[in-house]
Design a protein around this ligand. Structure first.
Ligand code: ARG
Length: 468
C-alpha cells in the first residue's frame, strides 16, 4: 500500500460527510480490505461497465457522463494491469480505490456511477464473477489431471498389482483400473463444480444496499451483460448470500480429500518396502543428510494442503453462521479463504499431474506383490461354487482350510499339489489351477466396472468421451 502511515484525521471523501474526524489508524487497518480484494479489480471494473451502460440506456445518467465513466474505467484497468495504480488503504477497498481514481481522471461525472448501486450488491457481484472464473479454471485443472491419469491407465490396462482393503492385500487388480478410480472421483468433483456454477449464476447487481432502488434500473440488462442467467429475486438475500462461496469451498474441500488420498498412495507406493512407483527426478527431493533418499515431498504437501482448504471452508462457515440479514462487514472476510483455496487447489492439481505424468511403475514388483497374501482365495472359492455347485459360504470355509494348509507349508495357493487340495475337498480337480494365478484372476473379472484388462481398455475409451 502506498500510504500505510497515512494521516487518519481526514474524513473519507466517499462516505465521510457525517463525520467530523477520520478513523484511527487501528480502525483503518481493521477496516481495509484492499490489501486482498485488489484481486477483484477486473471483475469490479467489468461490473461497473455493465452498470454504467445500463444507467445510460435507462436514461438515469446522460450519455456524456456515461461515456466519460466508461473511458475512465478502461484507463484504470490498464493502469492496474500495468502496475501503475496507487492503491490506498485509506480508501478501504478496491471499489472505493477505483471510484476515487475515476474522480481524479474524469471529475464530477465519476460521482454518478454509484447511482442505484451500493458496495453491497457490487461486492457480491464481483465475488460471484471471480468465483465463476475460478470454477472454470479449477474444472480445467481437474480435467488436465484426469487426462494424465487416463493416459497412464491406457498404458497399464493389464499391469497387475495387489488391490487392498484395510491396506491388507485383498485381490489382484489392474493398475489401469486403480488409476481410473481416481478419474471417477475427479469427475464427480467437476460435476459438483458445474452444479455450483449453475446455482451461482444469478446477478445481485441492482439489489443496492439491501432493499432495491427507486431508480428505473433494468436488472436483466446488467445480468445479461455480465453473463448471468437472470437477476437474483430478493434484494435482501442477494447482498447477504455467500452460499456460492461456501459451495465453491466445499466442492474444493471434497476435491482436496481426493487429492490427499491419491497423495497418500503416492507416499505408500514410493516407499522402499512397497517400491511400486518411482517419482521422476523433477518431482522428487533429496535429503540433506541421507544421500540415498528420494522423498515424495510434493505428495506430502498435497496431502497437507488439503487441511488448509478444509480450514478455509470451516472459517467461512463460522463467519457466516450468526449473521442477521442483510449485509454485515463480517462478510468482507469471505475473500481470503476463497482466494487461498483456489490458489492452493490450482497448485496441488498441477503437482499431482506432474507426479503421475512422469512417474514410472515397477510392474514386476507390483505383479509379485499381487500374488502374495493368498489374493486369489476368492477366485478359488468362486471356482468351488461354479464348478462343484457348493454354496458360497461352504466354499469360503473350504478355501479357508486350503489357505491354512498353504500357510503351514509356506507356499502360495497355486503351489499346493492336487493331493493337498483333495485332502481338504475330495472333489477338487486339476482345473482349479486355471483360476489361481493373478493373471487368471484379473482377466476373469469382466463384470461391468470390474478390473479385467479388457474392461479397463473399454473404460479408458468411455472416460475419454465422458470427461475430456
Ligand atoms: N469491502 C467490503 C466487503 O468486501 C465492501 C462492501 C462494504 N459495504 C459496506 N456497507 N460497508 O464486504
Amino acid at each position: 500500500m502506498s500510504d500505510q502511515n497515512s494521516k487518519t484525521s481526514k474524513t473519507s471523501a466517499i462516505w465521510g460527510g457525517r463525520f467530523a474526524q477520520g478513523p484511527s489508524a487501528v480502525m483503518e487497518e481493521i477496516n481495509a480490505s484492499v490489501g486482498f480484494d485488489a484481486r477483484l479489480f477486473a471483475q469490479d471494473i467489468q461490473g461497473s461497465i455493465a452498470h454504467c451502460t445500463m444507467l445510460q440506456a435507462q436514461g438515469i445518467i446522460s450519455q456524456e457522463d456515461g461515456n466519460a465513466i466508461l473511458e475512465g474505467l478502461e484507463k484504470i484497468a490498464t493502469e492496474i494491469e500495468a502496475g501503475d495504480f496507487q492503491f490506498s488503504r485509506a480508501l478501504e477497498d478496491i471499489h472505493m480505490n477505483i471510484e476515487a481514481r475515476l474522480a481524479e481522471l474524469i471529475g464530477d461525472a465519476a460521482g454518478r456511477l454509484h447511482t442505484a448501486r451500493s458496495r453491497n450488491d457490487q461486492v457480491a457481484t464481483d465475488l460471484k464473477l471471480w468465483i465463476r472464473d475460478a470454477i472454470d479454471a479449477t474444472d480445467e485443472g481437474l480435467k488436465a489431471l484426469q487426462e494424465v491419469l487416463i493416459k497412464r491407465a491406457e498404458e497399464h490396462a493389464g499391469t497387475i498389482l495387489p488391490g487392498f482393503t484395510h491396506l491388507q492385500a485383498a485381490q489382484p487388480v489392474t493398475l489401469g483400473h486403480h488409476l481410473l478410480a481416481y478419474v471417477e472421483m475427479l469427475g464427480r468433483d467437476r460435476s459438483r463444480l458445474s452444479d455450483a456454477r449453475a446455482r451461482l449464476n444469478e446477478c445481485p447487481l441492482g439489489s443496492a444496499a439491501l432493499a432495491g432502488t427507486s431508480f428505473p434500473i433494468d436488472r436483466d440488462h446488467t445480468a445479461n451483460a455480465l453473463g448471468f442467467d437472470r437477476p437474483t429475486a430478493n434484494s435482501l438475500d442477494a447482498v447477504s448470500d455467500r452460499d456460492f462461496a461456501l459451495e465453491f469451498l466445499s466442492t474444493l474441500s471434497i476435491a482436496a480429500v481426493h487429492l490427499s488420498r491419491m497423495a497418500e498412495e503416492v507416499v505408500i507406493w514410493t516407499s522402499e518396502p512397497f517400491g511400486f512407483m518411482r517419482l521422476s527426478d523433477d518431482f522428487s527431493t533429496g535429503s540433506s543428510i541421507m544421500p540415498q533418499k528420494r522423498n515424495p515431498d510434493a505428495a506430502e504437501l498435497v496431502r497437507a494442503k488439503s487441511g488448509r482448504v478444509f480450514g478455509n471452508l470451516l472459517g467461512l462457515l463460522a463467519t457466516m453462521k450468526g449473521l442477521p440479514l442483510a449485509y454485515g462487514k463480517d462478510m468482507q472476510e469471505d475473500k481470503e479463504p476463497v482466494f487461498d483455496a483456489a490458489d492452493t487447489m490450482e497448485l496441488c492439481l498441477a503437482a499431482m499431474g506432474g507426479m503421475f505424468g512422469s512417474a514410472t511403475f515397477d510392474t514386476e514388483r507390483m505383479q509379485n506383490a499381487a500374488g502374495q497374501g493368498f489374493t486369489t482365495a476368492t477366485d478359488l472359492a468362486d471356482w468351488l461354487v461354479k464348478e462343484l455347485g457348493m454354496a458360497f459360504r461352504n466354499a469360503h470355509h473350504v478355501t479357508g482350510e486350503l489357505v491354512k494348509l498353504a500357510e503351514e507349508k509356506g507356499v502360495g495357493l497355486e503351489d499346493l499339489s492336487i493331493d493337498d487340495m483333495k485332502s481338504v475337498e475330495a472333489s477338487i480337480t486339476d482345473a482349479v489351477f486355471d483360476v489361481l494365478g493373478v493373471e487368471n484372476s484379473v482377466t476373469s473379472r469382466v463384470s461391468f466396472g470390474g478390473t479385467a484388462p479388457d474392461n479397463v481398455k473399454a473404460q479408458c475409451k468411455s472416460a475419454r468421451k465422458r470427461f475430456l
